[in-house]
Every structure is written in C-alpha cells, then in structure tokens.
Design a protein around this ligand. Sequence first.
Ligand code: PEP
Ligand code: MG
Length: 577
Amino acid sequence: MLIIKGIPASPGIAIGKAYLFEDEVTVEHRQIQRDSVKSEVKRFKDAVKMTLSDLDATEAKVLHMLGKQHARLIEAHRLILKDPLITQEVARLITDKLLNAEFALSETLERVNKNFEKIDDEFFRDRRHDLFDVGKRLLRHLTRQERKKLVQGSEPAIVVAHNLYPSDTLHMREAHIAGFCTDIGGKTSHTALLAQSMELPAVVGLSDITKQVKNGELMIVDGEQGLVIANPGSEALDKYQKLQRQMRQAEKFLEKVKDLPSVTRDGRVVSVQLNLDITEDPAPFAALKPDGAGLVRTESLYMNRKQPPAEEEQYHLYQRLLKTFPGLPLTIRLADLGGDKLADLGFDSSGKEANPFLGLRGIRLLLRYPDLLKTQLRALLRATAHGDLKIMIPMVTSLSEILGVRQVLEESAAELTQEKIKLGRPPELGIMVEIPAAALTLDTLLSEADFVSIGTNDMIQYLLAVDRINQHVAHIYDSLHPAVLRLLQLIVQATHKKGKKVSLCGEMASDYRTTPLLAGMGLDTLSVTPRLFLRVKHTVRSVSFAKSSLLSQTALMLPTCEEVHKLVASAQADENA
Ligand code: PEP
Ligand code: MG
C-alpha cells in the first residue's frame, strides 16, 4: 500500500483503477527558408483561427454543463489567443529566427511561463495552466496531432497524469472518470475549480505520482484530506468504502435541508449565510435559499481598470443583489483593496510596499482616498431603498476608522436627501475583526459598530505572523491553533456582552468539520462559500448546541494544534457513528 500526500483540490472520495493519461504534443525544431516566412506565419494564424472555433464549441459545452460563471474561462482563453505577447512574439521568432511555427510557439509559451513562475500570488500563478491549455490546442492544430481521448472503461477509473488542463477535466464526465490526481497543479487552478463544480474528487501537487503507480492498480483519491492511496490494504479499502457510502447518503439529505431552518437539534439558531462576490451573477445562489449573505466582497469591481467604478455602476449591482434575495439581510463589505488584492488605479502605495498585508489596505486606503469611499457609500445608501442592506468595514484597527466612515456616511445621506433621492432605513454599520488589536479592544469599538464579522483568513495571518499566501510557512497557518480559538472565544463573548451579533466569514466557516466547534462557541452566523453551504447547514442541524459547547470548552483547554485537530476529528467520527 502506498500513501502519498498532496494538495486537496476538490473534495470527495473516489475509488477506482489507475488510468495513466499522457497527452503530450511532440514539437520538432526546424529551420525554415526565408521565402517560407510568410506561409509559416499564415500557418500560425490559421491555427489560431481553428483554435478560436474550438473554443466556441467548448463554450457551448461549458454553458450547458456548468453555467455562465465557468463559461468565462473560455473568454479568458480567447484573450490569451489574441494577446500580442503570444501572437506578435511567435510571428517575430518565425520572421527573425526562421523557426518553424510550432517551435516558435513552444519557445514563446516557455518564456511567458517563466514570468508566471515569478508571481507570488497563487491564484495568478495558477493562470499559467490556462496559458498551456490554449497553447496545447494551438500546437495540436499546427502539428496535426489529435488530442488523446479519455477512454471510457467498464469500471470506474482514476486519471493519473503529470498535469491536466481545464479542457481535459471537461471530458471526464463523459468518460465516467471517478476522480483524478496529478504530479503538479494548484488549488486555485481552473482545473481544480472545474473539478469542484463537477464534483470530481481530486488531489494535485503529488510530485511524481505518475511514476509511482501502474495502469490498472486500485487507487483511492481522498480529496478531503489530499491523500492518494495506491494498492490499499483491505482495512483501508473498507474504511473508504464506508466513508463513501456515508457521504453519498449525506448528499441526498443535503438537498432536503434547503427548506429547513438553520437550528441545532436542541433548538439554537445558527444562521448559515453566503459569501458572494458582487460581480458574480447572484441568481443561481438564490436556489440555495440561504438566510442571507454574510459577506459580499466588492474588490473585483475595482480590478483590471484604470478608473474606479462610478456610483451608478455600483448602485446597479447592489440593487440587483438585493432584488435577487428579497427580504434577506445582505452584508456588503466596503472595498478591501491592497494586500494581495491590487487594483490598477494608480494608488501611491500600489506595488511599492515591502509588506502590503501590513500596509495601505482596506479602510486605511479608503480613508486616504475619501472620494473612493464616498462613491461607494452613496451607491450603497441608494440601494437601501431596495432591501435589507448592511455595510461592513474591512481591516479595522481602531475606533477613529469607524468614526471616519460614519462621518462620510452621514454626509452622503444628507446630500442624497437634499438631492431628493429615496433612501431606505439607515443601514447597520458593522466591522470585520481581522486584526488582533480590534479583537482585544472590541468593547470600545462596539460603541460605534452595530455588528461584528470575524475574518479568520486575515486574523490567523496577523495572529500567528504567517503570510496567508506564502507556501513556505503554510504549515504554520492553522485555524485550530489554540491562540486562534482563544481569540475567537474572546470576540464572541465581547460582542454578546454588548448585546450584538457576531458572524464568522473566513474560509474556516466553510470547513464543516469545525462547524460543531464554532456553533459551540456561540457564533450567531456562519457565512460560507456557496459550494459548501448545504454541508455546513446540514452539520448545524445535526449537532446539539449543549454538546458543541462542551466540545468547544474542551478544545479551548488543549495546548497544541495537533490535539485540537484530534478532538475535532473524533467529535466528527462520533457524529458519523
Ligand atoms: C477574511 O480575512 O477572513 C475575509 C473574509 O476577508 P478576505 O479573505 O477577503 O481578506
Ligand atoms: Mg480579510
């Protein structure tokens, strides 16, 4: 039995026979004659055209299978195909260096890849998989090598590959593939995102899994823990088969919880809400029937543009959201720009800070550029006429920042009233608690804040001094560190003491294994990523608050992360027993 640890890319358990998938395109290096330059460039341009028409066909397929949101991936691929970094560079290499088109292309792709490798941010670094996906389609047209097809076998198969591109993933459903694992790849690559949407368990970043397993060997892909097991012993196989059955049963139950309230078995309400992005189409999420949206991120509205979004554009999006979730509370966060969310708007600090996560970010940046803050607040105030909108301030360190926002909020409301624009009820103004200083002084901050939402993604990095996007210290970033638990408890108690509500909207809330612990600590709301919404809600409904409180009290007394993890795992095993 061989057990290898990788990166969990898509949850679930898959069991099947290994299917080693190699789909390399061989590219030969030729020197062309000067008088063939024109025809070689034309050959490249024709391949681009053929690839564009492939993309049209793929787009139709993605739209049908996975919806509009994923179809945007195809648009990104079209942009890559039209990017002068590729098109002009290939033409230049053909013309100046007399290289054949396919070799010129593979050289260009390698060069662009080298630049991608230098990017620190995992999400943007992972975009190179899209570059190679498109590049490979182009190379196939140029070399007339047909793409290998995933062959449908009689038994469930686990694809084992060096790397897979998003378009490979799309074919897996047709070929009845149970799951996949790869040598390379990241958690936020489109391959991983598509696998999650298609509910295909996957583990990536396994280094050399392709060398370690043979075709036809029995394999288990544990997308929950990021493990791959080849040739499992009978005990491991039994354990995973049982787990798989339990998960399938749980999936069936999950659909049913949509129409049921978010309460524990002993009647404590723990509201489960959604984390959304303002630029995403909200319509599909309404089907989940959430209790509200606990975090609506607005940063993406400011990305990839030279001018910030105007009041009208913002108002349109805010009111679209409110109309999609009539009557539900929606907590929209002021733009949390800076840190790893860089906007291209020409801020003094942009790209020039040694420690951007400790720099001009969130409310600090908005108070430095008050016009930006005012435009957003005016748009939000106008949208209050359409529903229950709450405003949340990101990255709060001290009371003066809340007072600063209140002042601009009041000025904006007065202006809008003068302009005879109809407003709804004055919105509640809450704060994100992400900085330990805010957690430790909550009693004072709560004199000006109406509610609290804990942003554990950042809070953990500031508390443990671990950069949230630095892979070298990723093993220290642990949401179950005793210090994190103690700070969470302190925040919940301080907020309740003032008679106000506290939510948790960091990724930790979406980890259903910690739901009993968080419910037991007394959190009023868990705001989660839509894909895990039903799982978290189901978990809330299956625990008892009394038992969860005891669990959290025990966890708070444990001295190490390892012991807390063990306790959480054993509590989950008890629930499943
Ligand atoms: C957080 O920090 O937990 C959070 C929800 O905000 P973001 O991930 O957008 O920084
Ligand atoms: Mg944050």
